[in-house]
Design a protein around this ligand. Structure first.
Ligand SMILES: [Fe+2]
Ligand SMILES: [Fe+2]
Length: 175
């Protein structure tokens, strides 16, 4: 008997699984950024708090974009369960270190999906993922710029206050 479910779905089982893992990763990022926004707000870093609120919102959009893609191609999109979100940080700087690490790990996992897609000649998903690669260029840029402020400005005196203010001004222009 034919596997009707697979005929209806244009994604391979592997790619579908990887995309669902990515959906979870984006949701984890959204929650982690929300926790960072709270920590910054509670410690008086208002601009950084706003910055992380915005980042959280973007991750949620990424999650939905992937979610919809899986459904549009006839796959099963799984609403992820998110647990163990870190809510305590040792320092203002640590928040930004973790934000950059998170973005780098997201880029790596997207590369892994694309590598699998090339292997299977799933060029439709490759094309879809290209939007995410472009987005990651911006996300990593912003996270690096934020962290660099700790070196450029320094944390002494009113340094952290200055850093916070500058986080609010970070923009990325690709072209
Ligand atoms: Fe993302
Ligand atoms: Fe991101």
């Amino acid at each position: 008997m034919k596997d009707i479910t697979r005929v209806k779905c244009s994604l391979s089982t592997d790619v579908e699984k990887l995309l669902n893992q990515q959906i979870k990763k984006e949701a984890q990022s959204a929650s982690a950024y929300l926790a960072m926004a709270a920590w910054c707000s509670q410690h008086g870093y208002d601009f950084s708090s706003d910055y992380f609120f915005k980042q959280s919102d973007e991750e949620r959009q990424h999650q939905l974009k992937l979610y919809k893609y899986v459904l549009d191609l006839g796959g099963s999109a799984i609403s992820p369960e998110i647990t163990n979100i870190k809510i305590e940080y040792n320092s203002f700087r640590e928040v930004f270190e973790e934000a950059l690490e998170q973005e780098i790990s997201v880029t790596q996992s997207l590369k892994n999906i694309a590598a699998n897609c090339y292997k299977e000649q799933d060029f439709v998903t490759v094309e879809f993922l290209n939007w995410f690669f472009k987005e990651q260029r911006e996300e990593e840029y912003k996270a690096r710029r934020a962290l660099e402020l700790f070196e450029v400005i320094g944390e002494e005196g009113t340094g952290r206050w200055q850093i916070d203010k500058h986080v609010g001004t970070i923009t990325y222009t690709a072209e």
